[in-house]
Structure formats: structure tokens, C-alpha cells
Ligand binder design. Structure first.
Ligand SMILES: Nc1ncnc2c1ncn2[C@@H]1O[C@H](COP(=O)(O)O)[C@@H](O)[C@H]1OP(=O)(O)O
Ligand SMILES: [Mg+2]
Length: 363
């Protein structure tokens, strides 16, 4: 098994710098950004993507990147788009020139920043090294002051080898209260929020505070011990957005497992982090309707490895491993189920029953 120590160090620093900039976008008054730049998500997305891609290109110039956005919008002469571009250029350079490892000596030019954003055009596949990036996963959560995540993973020959996730609104201490959804003031005021999660294949899963310096120790994380006998005491999490995961099916699965506590609803891959550090036990993401939506690899790669390395098991609704080797989507899979390895099979059995009862057993 290869050692991805250097990649891990670079990825943590890239995610740290990008996450701090998204946090700044959120904290510098969403309302004023919304007026001038249309959407803080767009500003945060472009800025985080440019920061991460530029740092990856500096260290691993031969690696490909599978990302969601390109810079076409920022090349428009439209006044709104020009204002957006100026904002992004300012934030990217602020992020890259801030003190710490990988600090830039001089700002990047507009061309360099647009080129960095455009690097995410790889189509994925089974051969070679590629990074997959979601600069702001959980955009709805970002806008409402809920959970969102900056997600980066390294895939080599179709397998996820390294996953790093920045969760700026998640408490460092898993037992601390999560900020109330929609309360942007709380997110701005609390200084105990912001975590980076990291996992490297075969090396375990860890967390560290987002605001820590690069030499800060990583703390190991583990899924909560849960056995089939006490499965009814488990807590499960799901998307806030009903359109992303069938909440009705999830509720039925919980009922079959004897779980009576209500689901914890959370945006983004922060749900994987929650299961990985034993805050929640099960993450259910059951397909909606006819199941035609194809999940994207950048929405699952980092989270999947972090849960697996923390002692959990991640699969699709049928119990099959997620297949990251066939392009930009997980088209061989439907739905996602993450749980402690010792109860995963029981959860999958309940998923099968629930889908059959709904006449969706073929999914
Ligand atoms: N119909 C859908 N089913 C599942 N996931 C979806 C669907 N539509 C969008 N998504 C993706 O769900 C992710 C957020 O999930 P969560 O609910 O866990 O926060 C986003 O990356 C979003 O992709 P996109 O960025 O293209 O909108
Ligand atoms: Mg996403």
C-alpha cells in the first residue's frame, strides 16, 4: 500500500485555506455580498476551487482534477460577472497569501486564477491519479448558516486513497451543540466551530481544528461501537433537502430497525463526518422517485473513505461498494448507506424491505 503522506499534508493545507475563505465569505455579511455578487455560494465556490487547484498544481502538476465548476462565467464581460471575478481574485489571493505552509510570495494574476479554476475538467476513470473536489458541498446549508463542507479526495486507479473534508460550521467537540440551522449570527459568534477531517487508506481517520496551524496534531476518530442487539438505540442522519434523499423511505428503515429517535437532518458530507466520529450511527441516503439521479463522485469520495477508515462501512442501497472508477458519477450505484461495520448488513436488510414495500425493490 502506498504512502500518501505528502499528498495528505498538501491536501489538508489546501482545504484549510479554502475553508477559511468560505468562512470569511459567510461572515462578511451575506446580504451585502448577495446584492453585489448575486450569490455568496458562487463567490465561495469559485474562490475555494481556485485555491485548492492552484495548490495541487504547484505540488502535483501531472495529476488530473475532477471538479464541478469551470471559469466560463468569470470570463463574461457582463458587469455582474466582472464584479464577481474581482471579488474572487481578491479572495483567492487573500487565501493563498495568508500566513502558513504553502504561503504565496506574490499574488496570482487573473489568468492564473481562471486557469486554476478550469483545471477541474477531468472525466474520471479507472486508470491514473486524479483528485476530486467539491469546493462547497451543501450549498443550501452554506446559505442558511447550516452545515457545508469543502471536500477533496485523491483517487488512484479507481480507488479512493485519501480524503480531506473541511467543515467550518461543525463543532470541534462532537458533544457540543451544533449551531441552530438558519442562525447565521450564532455561526459568526461561536469560536468553537470548524473541523478538518482526514483519512488515508489503511491509516485510520482523524480530525483537527480548522483554525490550527499546520503542525497541529491530528486526533484519531472512531465510529461509535454499536452491536445488532442495541441497534434500536442508534441515531440516524439524512439530508435536510427532501429532494436529495427519500425521507419517507429513511423513516420506514428506521422503524424496521426499531429506532424511535427522530433523524438528525444535516446538509453536505458533514453527515459522513458525524458517523465517522461517533456522533451519529447511520447515514441513510435513499434514492428519490425512480432513482434516476446519478450521485457525483465529489459528493462522496472523501466522506466514504473517512467513514471506512473510522471503522464504518459505506455502500449503496443494495450493499454494493461505491464504484469511483467509472467517470464523474457513481452510475453503478443507487443511494448510500453508511454505518458501523458490525450493523451495516442489518441496515441493508431493512433498506431492502422498505424499498420492496414501496414497490421500488428493483432500485
Ligand atoms: N436528486 C438528487 N439526489 C441526490 N443528491 C442530489 C440531488 N440533486 C442534487 N444533489 C446533490 O446533493 C448534494 C447535497 O446533498 P445533501 O442533501 O447531502 O446536502 C449536492 O452536491 C447536490 O448536487 P448539486 O451540487 O449538483 O446540486
Ligand atoms: Mg456537492
Amino acid at each position: 500500500m502506498s504512502d500518501y503522506r505528502k499528498e495528505q499534508e498538501v491536501a489538508i493545507e489546501a482545504v484549510r485555506r479554502a475553508s477559511l475563505i468560505t468562512q470569511k465569505v459567510l461572515q462578511t455579511s451575506i446580504s451585502s455580498l448577495t446584492k453585489s455578487d448575486k450569490s455568496p455560494v458562487t463567490v465561495g465556490d469559485f474562490s475555494a476551487q481556485a485555491i485548492i487547484n492552484a495548490i495541487l498544481a504547484k505540488h502535483f502538476s501531472d495529476d488530473k482534477i475532477v471538479g464541478e465548476e469551470d471559469a466560463d462565467d468569470l470570463r463574461s464581460k457582463d458587469a455582474d460577472k466582472v464584479a464577481l471575478k474581482e471579488k474572487v481574485i481578491g479572495l483567492v489571493n487573500e487565501g493563498l497569501m495568508a500566513e502558513g505552509a504553502d504561503q504565496l510570495e506574490k499574488p496570482l494574476s487573473e489568468t492564473e486564477i481562471l486557469e486554476a479554476i478550469d483545471k477541474g475538467n477531468c472525466q474520471g476513470g479507472v486508470k491514473g491519479r486524479m483528485w476530486t473536489l467539491d469546493p462547497i458541498d451543501g450549498t443550501k446549508g452554506f446559505l442558511r448558516g447550516g452545515q457545508y463542507a469543502v471536500c477533496l479526495a485523491l483517487i488512484v486507479d479507481g480507488e479512493v486513497r485519501l480524503g480531506v473534508m473541511g467543515c467550518p460550521n461543525l463543532p470541534i467537540d462532537k458533544s457540543a451543540k451544533k449551531p441552530q440551522e438558519g442562525n447565521l449570527d450564532e455561526v459568526k459568534q461561536r469560536d468553537d466551530l470548524g473541523v478538518i477531517f482526514v483519512a488515508s487508506e489503511g491509516k485510520g481517520a482523524f480530525q483537527r481544528p480548522l483554525h490550527a496551524t499546520s503542525s497541529t496534531q491530528l486526533t484519531p476518530i472512531k465510529t461509535r461501537e454499536i452491536t445488532p442487539e442495541i441497534l434500536s438505540k442508534a441515531s440516524f442522519c439524512e439530508s435536510v433537502e427532501a429532494g436529495h434523499s427519500s425521507q419517507g423511505t429513511n423513516a420506514k428503515i428506521a422503524e424496521f430497525l426499531g429506532i424511535s429517535s427522530p433523524s438528525v437532518r444535516m446538509d453536505s458530507q458533514a453527515k459522513y463526518a458525524s458517523v465517522a466520529r461517533g456522533d451519529g450511527d447511520i447515514y441513510l441516503r435513499l434514492p428519490v422517485g425512480d432513482g434516476s439521479y446519478q450521485e457525483k463522485i465529489w459528493d462522496h469520495a472523501a466522506g466514504c473513505l473517512i467513514v471506512t477508515e473510522a471503522g464504518g462501512k459505506v455502500s449503496d442501497a443494495k450493499g454494493r461498494p461505491l464504484d469511483f472508477s467509472i467517470g464523474r458519477t457513481l452510475k453503478n450505484n443507487k443511494g448510500v448507506v453508511a454505518a458501523h461495520a458490525s450493523v451495516h448488513a442489518k441496515v441493508i436488510e431493512a433498506v431492502r424491505k422498505a424499498l420492496e414495500e414501496e414497490g421500488r425493490g428493483h432500485l
